[in-house]
Design a protein around this ligand. Sequence first.
Ligand code: ATP
Ligand code: MG
Ligand code: MG
Ligand code: MG
Length: 562
Amino acid sequence: MKQSEMLVPTLRETPAEAELKSHQLLVRAGFIRQTASGVYSFLPLGKRVLRKVEEIVREEMNRAGAHEMLMPAMQPAELWMESGRWNTFGPELVRLNDRHQREFALGATHEEVITSIIRDEVKSYKKLPLMLYQIQTKFRDEKRPRFGLLRGREFIMKDAYSFHDSFESLDGSYQKMFDAYNRIFERCHLNFRAVIADSGAMGGKDTHEFMVLSDVGEDTIAYSDTSSYAANIEMAPVITSYQKPEEALQPIEKVATPNQKTMKDVAEYLHHALDKGLKALMFKVDDQLVLVVTRGDHEVNDIKLKNIYKASTVELATEEETKSAIGAGFGSLGPIGAPDTVDVLADNAVKNMVNTTCGANEDGYHFVNVNPERDFKVKAYHDLRFITEGDVSPDGHGMIQFAKGIEVGHVFKLGRFYAEKMNASYLDDQGKANTMIMGCYGIGVSRTLAAVVEQYHDDNGITWPQNIAPFQIHLLTLNVKKEEQVSLSEQIHQILEDAGIEVLYDDRKERAGVKFADSDLIGIPYRISVGKRADEGYVEFKERKSGQQEEVHVSHLLDRVT
Ligand code: ATP
Ligand code: MG
Ligand code: MG
Ligand code: MG
């Protein structure tokens, strides 16, 4: 393919708004362009890479026994009302009205749509289990879209859903998906870990996230290279210490508020709680239930308190209110699409909370989705043991280390959550109606692409793994004014294309220096430069990642590249 005929707008300068390497390089190398905040266009190079990642995902999904389908982005609000998520999903859900003022959501995830299809079409246990997936654009109006493709407001996801007549059957499909995910991320040549994740108050028990190890990751994981243990520390951040109540309350009193009485009430409640050794309280703020936790650095979680300052009424939630909040899925909206802003109580914390109204301070009881390290010092837990860096892993093999991770995939046993709310049932072999059991499985396809760039780049540009690269070979004519260079290049282009090799042919009227720089930036694994020795049939063959280069005669070129 001739580069002169293609749209590959490379940039010398780093775009000002791009903080991360993947964002900078994908823009600079002409793979993507921002259309709006968190909304990107994939240019031809970007689209080629995206397709390769999608193809890996597709092959492994098919192999796991899942079947591809395609669901609409535009989803009627009624479905989301049935599941209850129309009210609980929050501002991340993009909502719109049609010309008749009917309400719709743009799919942030597809549990509702798939469940509505399955409840209508599957009536018998004989059709179960069933695994379906799609690769499609998702919409989430993220509070802070950033880092390019890593956190977009419109992005490509593979989402899969499984339906079962027993938990054993769900376990089987979950394991198949888990294995498929491992193969997918291995085939993307990523350094990743599958980690135990938090299931929130959804009632599901098993859930794993697939985390690409990267300093720019927004999650923190605890793992050991010599053990099979790995967990998202979100699993169990615990408060390790707090100061005397008076000091803990200082930040509250310093902040100006339009409603001094409210603030004083909150301060009193917190004071009281801290005195009793409690670390969190459930408040009713303008009729909204809000959880306030104390911070390890002895302050109070100011994010939540901001809402409280603005409120006109604040009271401590009653036991009944706490229970009803939890019953309504307070804070837990499922693995795909859970907003990051809501505090989620883990199952055991919920139990304790219900018993004591404002508890959750005992060993092993914990809060999740509060921001670890910012909100308090963090330890991870497993089987109610607390873990920190340098500890022996729970299975006794190796020492725990912490690392930052990018969540590229998430598998989740949903159980009967959606099927119950949306009446998805089947007849068992006795002719009796039963609620279906479900699993859901997501991969951020466009995020995975960016994660690959985070792990595969150097000072000069991207260094794509071969199977994901947009092309296999970058062919450069160093001086297009030299007839022998052009004709040898054309000849090589032909030979390579005939051999079915993907080749990007830089036939542009640019200086050699520009071509080399662009080529390094784009990161195609092998480069053939046709230059001074073209008349003898010699070209320079260079490996992008290692920088190794050698002179190769055109007659040996195919042996070298295949
Ligand atoms: P995060 O914790 O990063 O917000 P999430 O837990 O909300 O992600 P899921 O609901 O589990 O995401 O969705 C499945 C997958 O979709 C995630 O594992 C991730 O790879 C991808 N994904 C989620 N949000 C985004 C986004 N804003 N941009 C790109 N990919 C995303
Ligand atoms: Mg997730
Ligand atoms: Mg999210
Ligand atoms: Mg997440």
